[in-house]
Write a protein of this length. Structure first.
Length: 152
């Protein structure tokens, strides 16, 4: 079942890439170019480059914690398969940066990246916009935004 999900994800990614108008054979070259650019950034700016790479991976991992996406996975797969998929996806996302960090001997950043991947595998984003919040909280938020009878 996990294999079918991964095939589906591959098809979705290829469709998104083909929608840009580029042939799918360009994707690995673009990935290699992005990895080289990240490596070059790390060579030119060792401290800033490391933080930039960690931040970019943090953002990519954060995108994978979207609540609706994780709810779909939880409803479709068993708990074990859900966490296997989440760990696998997170590892695929961090793999290029992890290879760069290990190649440069940045062990602490590598451990931080692995820790982020594991933490984000077991955490899902809960959206702040909750339509079931009490009316008084909605009014307070509207007053803060200036959309409903704010006193000047």
């Amino acid at each position: 079942m996990i294999n079918n999900y991964l095939k589906l994800q591959y098809k979705l990614l290829t469709r998104h890439f083909k929608a840009t108008g580029l042939p799918i054979m360009v994707a690995p070259l673009l990935l290699l170019g992005a990895c080289y650019l990240a490596y070059y950034l790390l060579l030119q700016y060792p401290v800033f480059g490391s933080y930039a790479l960690l931040l970019s991976n943090f953002q990519l991992l954060f995108l994978l914690t979207e609540k609706n996406r994780n709810d779909f996975l939880k409803n479709t797969f068993s708990k074990k398969d859900f966490y296997t998929i989440r760990l696998l996806e997170n590892n695929i996302v961090i793999l290029p940066t992890l290879a760069i960090f290990l190649f440069r001997g940045l062990w602490l950043y590598s451990l931080a990246l692995i820790a982020l991947a594991v933490i984000f595998a077991f955490w899902s984003l809960k959206l702040l916009a909750n339509p079931s919040q009490p009316h008084s909280q909605r009014n307070h938020l509207n007053l803060l935004s200036g959309s409903e009878g704010a006193i000047c």
